[in-house]
Write a protein that binds this ligand. Structure first.
Ligand SMILES: NC(=O)c1ccc[n+]([C@@H]2O[C@H](COP(=O)([O-])OP(=O)(O)OC[C@H]3O[C@@H](n4cnc5c(N)ncnc54)[C@H](O)[C@@H]3O)[C@@H](O)[C@H]2O)c1
Length: 373
Protein backbone atom coordinates (compact mmCIF):
# COMPACT_ATOMS: atom_id res chain seq x y z
CA UNK A 1 0.00 0.00 0.00
CA UNK A 2 1.24 3.46 -0.87
CA UNK A 3 -0.39 6.31 1.00
CA UNK A 4 -0.06 10.03 1.37
CA UNK A 5 -1.17 12.13 4.34
CA UNK A 6 -2.01 15.81 4.14
CA UNK A 7 -2.15 17.64 7.43
CA UNK A 8 -2.67 21.39 7.62
CA UNK A 9 -4.16 23.83 10.08
CA UNK A 10 -5.93 26.99 9.09
CA UNK A 11 -5.80 29.95 11.41
CA UNK A 12 -9.05 31.81 11.91
CA UNK A 13 -8.68 35.40 12.94
CA UNK A 14 -11.19 38.23 12.65
CA UNK A 15 -12.03 41.32 14.58
CA UNK A 16 -15.41 42.27 16.00
CA UNK A 17 -15.56 46.04 16.62
CA UNK A 18 -18.29 48.15 18.15
CA UNK A 19 -18.26 51.46 16.37
CA UNK A 20 -20.48 54.51 16.26
CA UNK A 21 -22.48 55.61 13.19
CA UNK A 22 -20.82 53.25 10.75
CA UNK A 23 -22.43 54.90 7.71
CA UNK A 24 -21.22 58.40 8.59
CA UNK A 25 -18.39 59.38 6.19
CA UNK A 26 -16.47 60.71 9.23
CA UNK A 27 -16.18 57.07 10.34
CA UNK A 28 -13.86 55.14 8.02
CA UNK A 29 -14.23 51.76 9.78
CA UNK A 30 -16.30 50.27 6.95
CA UNK A 31 -14.09 51.80 4.25
CA UNK A 32 -11.09 50.13 5.87
CA UNK A 33 -12.82 46.82 6.54
CA UNK A 34 -14.05 46.56 2.93
CA UNK A 35 -10.68 47.83 1.69
CA UNK A 36 -12.09 50.75 -0.29
CA UNK A 37 -9.80 52.19 -2.95
CA UNK A 38 -10.94 55.07 -5.14
CA UNK A 39 -12.49 53.72 -8.34
CA UNK A 40 -12.66 50.10 -7.13
CA UNK A 41 -15.85 48.04 -7.36
CA UNK A 42 -17.56 46.91 -4.19
CA UNK A 43 -20.74 44.93 -3.60
CA UNK A 44 -23.11 45.65 -0.69
CA UNK A 45 -25.84 43.12 -0.01
CA UNK A 46 -28.38 44.85 2.17
CA UNK A 47 -31.54 43.77 3.96
CA UNK A 48 -34.39 45.34 1.92
CA UNK A 49 -35.85 46.96 5.07
CA UNK A 50 -32.46 48.37 6.06
CA UNK A 51 -32.06 49.66 2.52
CA UNK A 52 -35.39 51.50 2.83
CA UNK A 53 -34.30 53.07 6.12
CA UNK A 54 -30.54 53.53 5.78
CA UNK A 55 -29.84 53.04 2.04
CA UNK A 56 -29.54 56.78 1.35
CA UNK A 57 -26.79 57.09 3.94
CA UNK A 58 -25.02 54.03 2.57
CA UNK A 59 -25.01 55.47 -0.97
CA UNK A 60 -23.65 58.78 0.35
CA UNK A 61 -20.92 56.88 2.19
CA UNK A 62 -19.96 54.98 -0.96
CA UNK A 63 -20.00 58.21 -2.97
CA UNK A 64 -17.86 59.98 -0.37
CA UNK A 65 -15.11 57.37 -0.69
CA UNK A 66 -15.38 57.43 -4.53
CA UNK A 67 -15.97 53.71 -4.78
CA UNK A 68 -18.06 52.11 -7.55
CA UNK A 69 -20.51 50.53 -5.16
CA UNK A 70 -23.44 48.36 -6.14
CA UNK A 71 -26.15 47.99 -3.51
CA UNK A 72 -28.34 44.90 -3.81
CA UNK A 73 -31.38 44.83 -1.51
CA UNK A 74 -32.47 41.33 -0.46
CA UNK A 75 -35.68 40.24 1.29
CA UNK A 76 -35.04 38.78 4.75
CA UNK A 77 -37.19 36.97 7.30
CA UNK A 78 -37.09 33.23 7.87
CA UNK A 79 -39.10 32.29 4.72
CA UNK A 80 -36.35 33.85 2.58
CA UNK A 81 -33.51 31.78 4.04
CA UNK A 82 -33.59 29.62 0.94
CA UNK A 83 -31.60 28.21 -1.95
CA UNK A 84 -33.10 30.87 -4.22
CA UNK A 85 -31.76 33.67 -2.06
CA UNK A 86 -28.30 32.07 -2.04
CA UNK A 87 -28.40 31.65 -5.86
CA UNK A 88 -29.44 35.30 -6.21
CA UNK A 89 -26.37 36.32 -4.20
CA UNK A 90 -24.12 34.24 -6.48
CA UNK A 91 -25.64 36.11 -9.45
CA UNK A 92 -25.09 39.49 -7.77
CA UNK A 93 -21.42 38.71 -7.06
CA UNK A 94 -20.94 37.28 -10.57
CA UNK A 95 -22.49 40.21 -12.41
CA UNK A 96 -20.26 42.75 -10.67
CA UNK A 97 -17.00 41.23 -11.92
CA UNK A 98 -15.11 42.02 -8.73
CA UNK A 99 -11.64 40.67 -8.17
CA UNK A 100 -11.36 37.40 -6.32
CA UNK A 101 -10.05 38.86 -3.07
CA UNK A 102 -12.25 41.99 -2.99
CA UNK A 103 -14.51 41.72 0.08
CA UNK A 104 -18.28 41.91 -0.23
CA UNK A 105 -20.24 43.55 2.57
CA UNK A 106 -23.48 42.28 4.10
CA UNK A 107 -25.63 44.73 6.03
CA UNK A 108 -28.66 43.17 7.69
CA UNK A 109 -30.12 40.89 10.34
CA UNK A 110 -29.26 37.30 11.18
CA UNK A 111 -31.06 35.90 8.16
CA UNK A 112 -29.04 37.97 5.73
CA UNK A 113 -25.67 37.54 7.46
CA UNK A 114 -26.29 33.76 7.51
CA UNK A 115 -27.22 33.44 3.82
CA UNK A 116 -24.60 35.87 2.54
CA UNK A 117 -21.99 34.10 4.70
CA UNK A 118 -23.03 30.79 3.13
CA UNK A 119 -22.88 32.22 -0.41
CA UNK A 120 -19.49 33.81 0.35
CA UNK A 121 -18.13 30.49 1.65
CA UNK A 122 -19.14 28.79 -1.61
CA UNK A 123 -18.45 31.42 -4.27
CA UNK A 124 -15.06 30.58 -5.76
CA UNK A 125 -14.73 28.30 -2.71
CA UNK A 126 -14.41 31.35 -0.52
CA UNK A 127 -14.91 35.08 -1.05
CA UNK A 128 -13.98 37.44 1.78
CA UNK A 129 -16.89 39.24 3.41
CA UNK A 130 -17.54 41.91 6.02
CA UNK A 131 -20.57 41.69 8.31
CA UNK A 132 -22.52 44.70 9.52
CA UNK A 133 -25.38 43.30 11.65
CA UNK A 134 -28.45 45.54 11.99
CA UNK A 135 -30.67 43.65 14.47
CA UNK A 136 -30.05 42.92 18.14
CA UNK A 137 -29.91 39.18 17.36
CA UNK A 138 -27.29 40.04 14.75
CA UNK A 139 -25.24 42.32 17.01
CA UNK A 140 -24.92 39.92 19.92
CA UNK A 141 -25.29 36.51 18.31
CA UNK A 142 -25.72 35.74 14.60
CA UNK A 143 -23.26 38.39 13.43
CA UNK A 144 -20.30 37.64 15.68
CA UNK A 145 -19.59 33.93 15.16
CA UNK A 146 -18.50 32.03 12.06
CA UNK A 147 -21.62 29.95 11.35
CA UNK A 148 -23.54 30.48 8.12
CA UNK A 149 -26.69 28.74 6.96
CA UNK A 150 -29.96 28.40 5.15
CA UNK A 151 -33.10 26.38 5.82
CA UNK A 152 -33.77 23.25 3.79
CA UNK A 153 -36.47 20.57 3.70
CA UNK A 154 -38.34 22.22 6.55
CA UNK A 155 -35.27 22.17 8.82
CA UNK A 156 -33.66 25.33 10.15
CA UNK A 157 -30.04 25.87 9.10
CA UNK A 158 -29.76 22.32 7.74
CA UNK A 159 -27.32 23.51 5.10
CA UNK A 160 -24.47 25.71 6.25
CA UNK A 161 -20.79 26.17 6.78
CA UNK A 162 -18.25 27.57 9.19
CA UNK A 163 -16.81 30.58 7.41
CA UNK A 164 -15.36 33.55 9.25
CA UNK A 165 -15.95 37.10 8.07
CA UNK A 166 -12.87 39.27 7.66
CA UNK A 167 -14.35 41.80 10.07
CA UNK A 168 -17.60 42.50 11.96
CA UNK A 169 -18.71 46.06 12.64
CA UNK A 170 -21.32 46.51 15.37
CA UNK A 171 -23.26 49.77 15.30
CA UNK A 172 -26.09 50.06 17.85
CA UNK A 173 -27.50 53.03 15.87
CA UNK A 174 -29.22 50.51 13.57
CA UNK A 175 -31.30 49.37 16.55
CA UNK A 176 -32.99 52.79 16.60
CA UNK A 177 -35.12 51.74 13.65
CA UNK A 178 -35.63 48.13 14.72
CA UNK A 179 -39.26 47.31 15.69
CA UNK A 180 -39.69 46.75 19.44
CA UNK A 181 -40.72 43.11 19.04
CA UNK A 182 -37.35 42.40 17.42
CA UNK A 183 -35.56 44.20 20.28
CA UNK A 184 -37.32 41.95 22.80
CA UNK A 185 -36.50 38.97 20.58
CA UNK A 186 -32.79 39.84 20.77
CA UNK A 187 -32.99 40.52 24.50
CA UNK A 188 -33.91 36.85 24.96
CA UNK A 189 -30.37 35.90 23.86
CA UNK A 190 -28.82 38.42 26.28
CA UNK A 191 -30.96 37.17 29.15
CA UNK A 192 -29.86 33.66 28.18
CA UNK A 193 -26.21 34.63 28.64
CA UNK A 194 -27.09 36.34 31.92
CA UNK A 195 -28.79 33.26 33.36
CA UNK A 196 -26.25 30.76 32.15
CA UNK A 197 -22.92 32.55 32.63
CA UNK A 198 -23.03 36.21 33.62
CA UNK A 199 -24.96 37.24 36.70
CA UNK A 200 -23.88 40.88 36.28
CA UNK A 201 -25.46 40.95 32.80
CA UNK A 202 -28.69 39.56 34.26
CA UNK A 203 -28.68 42.24 36.97
CA UNK A 204 -27.94 44.95 34.38
CA UNK A 205 -30.97 43.96 32.29
CA UNK A 206 -33.16 43.45 35.37
CA UNK A 207 -32.35 46.91 36.73
CA UNK A 208 -32.54 48.84 33.45
CA UNK A 209 -35.04 46.96 31.32
CA UNK A 210 -37.35 49.90 30.60
CA UNK A 211 -34.49 52.22 29.64
CA UNK A 212 -32.88 49.54 27.46
CA UNK A 213 -36.08 49.04 25.48
CA UNK A 214 -37.15 52.71 25.38
CA UNK A 215 -33.73 53.87 24.18
CA UNK A 216 -33.54 51.04 21.61
CA UNK A 217 -30.15 50.32 23.24
CA UNK A 218 -28.83 53.71 22.23
CA UNK A 219 -27.62 54.61 25.72
CA UNK A 220 -24.63 53.81 27.92
CA UNK A 221 -26.58 50.89 29.42
CA UNK A 222 -27.33 49.67 25.88
CA UNK A 223 -23.62 49.75 25.03
CA UNK A 224 -22.82 47.88 28.22
CA UNK A 225 -25.44 45.24 27.43
CA UNK A 226 -24.02 44.75 23.94
CA UNK A 227 -20.41 44.61 25.16
CA UNK A 228 -21.14 42.12 27.95
CA UNK A 229 -23.25 39.96 25.65
CA UNK A 230 -20.66 39.89 22.85
CA UNK A 231 -17.94 39.24 25.40
CA UNK A 232 -19.83 36.29 26.89
CA UNK A 233 -20.80 34.93 23.50
CA UNK A 234 -17.28 35.16 22.02
CA UNK A 235 -15.71 33.61 25.12
CA UNK A 236 -17.91 30.58 24.55
CA UNK A 237 -17.53 30.49 20.76
CA UNK A 238 -13.82 31.16 20.34
CA UNK A 239 -12.69 27.97 22.09
CA UNK A 240 -15.19 25.85 20.17
CA UNK A 241 -15.49 27.61 16.81
CA UNK A 242 -16.24 24.46 14.80
CA UNK A 243 -18.50 22.98 17.48
CA UNK A 244 -16.35 19.88 17.90
CA UNK A 245 -17.52 19.96 21.53
CA UNK A 246 -21.31 19.52 21.51
CA UNK A 247 -21.72 20.41 25.20
CA UNK A 248 -22.33 24.13 24.67
CA UNK A 249 -23.57 26.50 27.37
CA UNK A 250 -24.92 28.83 24.67
CA UNK A 251 -27.38 26.04 23.78
CA UNK A 252 -29.32 26.91 26.93
CA UNK A 253 -32.85 27.60 25.73
CA UNK A 254 -32.20 25.67 22.53
CA UNK A 255 -33.22 22.18 23.69
CA UNK A 256 -37.00 22.37 23.23
CA UNK A 257 -37.24 25.64 21.27
CA UNK A 258 -36.28 24.49 17.73
CA UNK A 259 -39.40 22.29 17.57
CA UNK A 260 -41.61 24.95 19.19
CA UNK A 261 -40.38 27.55 16.71
CA UNK A 262 -40.98 25.22 13.77
CA UNK A 263 -44.43 24.06 14.94
CA UNK A 264 -45.55 27.63 15.59
CA UNK A 265 -45.17 28.23 11.86
CA UNK A 266 -43.86 31.76 12.17
CA UNK A 267 -45.99 32.73 15.18
CA UNK A 268 -42.96 32.56 17.51
CA UNK A 269 -39.77 34.39 16.60
CA UNK A 270 -36.55 32.55 17.47
CA UNK A 271 -35.90 34.45 20.72
CA UNK A 272 -39.54 34.02 21.77
CA UNK A 273 -39.32 30.24 21.41
CA UNK A 274 -35.99 30.34 23.28
CA UNK A 275 -37.69 32.27 26.12
CA UNK A 276 -40.33 29.54 26.59
CA UNK A 277 -37.56 26.92 26.58
CA UNK A 278 -35.51 28.90 29.13
CA UNK A 279 -38.51 29.22 31.47
CA UNK A 280 -39.12 25.47 31.26
CA UNK A 281 -35.42 24.68 31.68
CA UNK A 282 -35.25 26.85 34.82
CA UNK A 283 -38.22 24.95 36.25
CA UNK A 284 -36.50 21.66 35.39
CA UNK A 285 -33.37 22.91 37.16
CA UNK A 286 -35.48 23.96 40.16
CA UNK A 287 -37.20 20.56 40.24
CA UNK A 288 -33.82 18.85 40.50
CA UNK A 289 -32.70 21.17 43.29
CA UNK A 290 -30.01 22.60 41.01
CA UNK A 291 -31.38 26.15 40.92
CA UNK A 292 -32.80 27.90 44.00
CA UNK A 293 -36.53 28.57 43.60
CA UNK A 294 -36.01 32.34 44.02
CA UNK A 295 -33.68 32.34 41.01
CA UNK A 296 -36.15 30.26 38.98
CA UNK A 297 -38.88 32.81 39.67
CA UNK A 298 -36.63 35.84 39.07
CA UNK A 299 -35.61 34.43 35.71
CA UNK A 300 -39.17 33.74 34.58
CA UNK A 301 -40.30 37.17 35.77
CA UNK A 302 -37.49 38.94 33.89
CA UNK A 303 -38.34 37.11 30.67
CA UNK A 304 -41.99 38.06 31.07
CA UNK A 305 -41.15 41.69 31.91
CA UNK A 306 -39.07 41.79 28.73
CA UNK A 307 -42.31 41.03 26.87
CA UNK A 308 -41.27 37.48 26.02
CA UNK A 309 -43.56 34.46 26.26
CA UNK A 310 -42.76 32.05 29.10
CA UNK A 311 -45.45 29.52 28.29
CA UNK A 312 -47.12 28.45 25.07
CA UNK A 313 -49.94 26.15 24.00
CA UNK A 314 -47.44 24.11 21.96
CA UNK A 315 -45.22 23.59 25.01
CA UNK A 316 -46.88 20.31 26.03
CA UNK A 317 -45.15 17.32 27.64
CA UNK A 318 -45.55 15.33 24.38
CA UNK A 319 -44.08 18.03 22.15
CA UNK A 320 -41.25 18.75 24.59
CA UNK A 321 -40.32 15.06 24.78
CA UNK A 322 -40.34 14.87 20.97
CA UNK A 323 -38.26 18.07 20.85
CA UNK A 324 -35.73 16.55 23.25
CA UNK A 325 -35.47 13.43 21.06
CA UNK A 326 -34.74 15.63 18.02
CA UNK A 327 -32.16 17.61 19.97
CA UNK A 328 -30.46 14.41 21.12
CA UNK A 329 -29.99 13.47 17.43
CA UNK A 330 -28.56 16.93 16.78
CA UNK A 331 -26.17 16.50 19.74
CA UNK A 332 -24.94 13.19 18.38
CA UNK A 333 -26.93 10.92 20.68
CA UNK A 334 -26.51 12.91 23.91
CA UNK A 335 -28.82 15.23 25.81
CA UNK A 336 -26.05 17.65 26.75
CA UNK A 337 -28.79 19.82 28.20
CA UNK A 338 -27.48 23.00 29.87
CA UNK A 339 -29.39 23.80 33.07
CA UNK A 340 -28.69 26.72 35.39
CA UNK A 341 -27.44 26.03 38.89
CA UNK A 342 -28.28 29.60 39.90
CA UNK A 343 -28.30 32.91 38.02
CA UNK A 344 -24.95 33.10 36.21
CA UNK A 345 -23.95 29.44 36.63
CA UNK A 346 -24.79 26.21 34.84
CA UNK A 347 -24.16 22.51 34.40
CA UNK A 348 -25.09 19.88 31.83
CA UNK A 349 -27.52 17.04 32.41
CA UNK A 350 -27.85 13.84 30.41
CA UNK A 351 -30.79 12.09 32.03
CA UNK A 352 -33.96 14.17 31.66
CA UNK A 353 -37.00 11.89 31.63
CA UNK A 354 -40.45 12.28 30.05
CA UNK A 355 -42.04 12.27 33.51
CA UNK A 356 -39.73 15.02 34.72
CA UNK A 357 -40.57 17.15 31.67
CA UNK A 358 -44.32 16.61 32.21
CA UNK A 359 -44.01 17.74 35.88
CA UNK A 360 -41.99 20.78 34.83
CA UNK A 361 -44.60 21.81 32.23
CA UNK A 362 -47.27 21.51 34.95
CA UNK A 363 -45.17 23.45 37.46
CA UNK A 364 -44.43 26.19 34.91
CA UNK A 365 -48.17 26.60 34.28
CA UNK A 366 -48.71 26.97 38.05
CA UNK A 367 -45.95 29.58 38.31
CA UNK A 368 -47.34 31.56 35.39
CA UNK A 369 -50.87 31.50 36.86
CA UNK A 370 -49.67 32.51 40.33
CA UNK A 371 -47.47 35.31 38.97
CA UNK A 372 -50.37 36.68 36.91
CA UNK A 373 -47.91 37.48 34.13
N1 LIG B 1 -25.09 32.16 12.58
C1 LIG B 1 -25.40 32.12 13.86
O1 LIG B 1 -24.58 31.80 14.73
C2 LIG B 1 -26.78 32.52 14.29
C3 LIG B 1 -27.05 32.77 15.64
C4 LIG B 1 -28.32 33.19 16.01
C5 LIG B 1 -29.31 33.34 15.05
N2 LIG B 1 -29.01 33.08 13.73
C6 LIG B 1 -30.04 33.24 12.70
O2 LIG B 1 -30.49 34.58 12.71
C7 LIG B 1 -31.79 34.62 12.14
C8 LIG B 1 -32.64 35.61 12.92
O3 LIG B 1 -32.04 36.87 12.80
P1 LIG B 1 -32.87 38.21 13.00
O4 LIG B 1 -33.71 38.08 14.21
O5 LIG B 1 -31.91 39.32 12.89
O6 LIG B 1 -33.91 38.17 11.78
P2 LIG B 1 -33.96 38.91 10.37
O7 LIG B 1 -32.65 38.95 9.72
O8 LIG B 1 -35.08 38.29 9.59
O9 LIG B 1 -34.40 40.41 10.75
C9 LIG B 1 -35.61 40.62 11.42
C10 LIG B 1 -36.44 41.72 10.75
O10 LIG B 1 -35.85 42.99 11.04
C11 LIG B 1 -35.72 43.76 9.84
N3 LIG B 1 -34.57 44.63 10.08
C12 LIG B 1 -33.26 44.29 10.12
N4 LIG B 1 -32.52 45.32 10.54
C13 LIG B 1 -33.36 46.35 10.77
C14 LIG B 1 -33.19 47.69 11.22
N5 LIG B 1 -32.00 48.15 11.62
N6 LIG B 1 -34.29 48.47 11.30
C15 LIG B 1 -35.51 47.99 10.96
N7 LIG B 1 -35.74 46.74 10.56
C16 LIG B 1 -34.68 45.93 10.46
C17 LIG B 1 -35.57 42.75 8.75
O11 LIG B 1 -35.99 43.25 7.50
C18 LIG B 1 -36.52 41.63 9.23
O12 LIG B 1 -37.83 41.93 8.86
C19 LIG B 1 -32.33 33.21 12.19
O13 LIG B 1 -32.44 32.71 10.87
C20 LIG B 1 -31.29 32.43 12.97
O14 LIG B 1 -31.14 31.09 12.51
C21 LIG B 1 -27.78 32.69 13.35
Amino acid sequence: VTSWTVRQFEEVSYQVRRTHLVLNPANDALARAARFAAGSRRLFIVDWQVDELHGGQLREYIHHFRVKGTVVPVRSGEPNKTTNTVLGIFDAIGSLKINRRDPITVIGGGVLTDVVGLAASLYRRGTPYVRVPTTLVGLIDAGVGIKTGMNYNGMKNLIGSYYAPTQVLLDPAFIRTLPERHIRNGLAESIKLGIILDRALFELIDANLREIIDSHLNSPVGDELIDRSVDGMLNELRRNLWERELRRLVDFGHTFSPRLELLSNGELLHGEAVAVDMALSCVLAGGRGLMPEDDVIRSIVLLARAGLPVAHRLCTPEQCSEALAETVRHRDGNQHCPLPTGIGRACFVEDLSGGEIASAVEQLTKYVESMEL
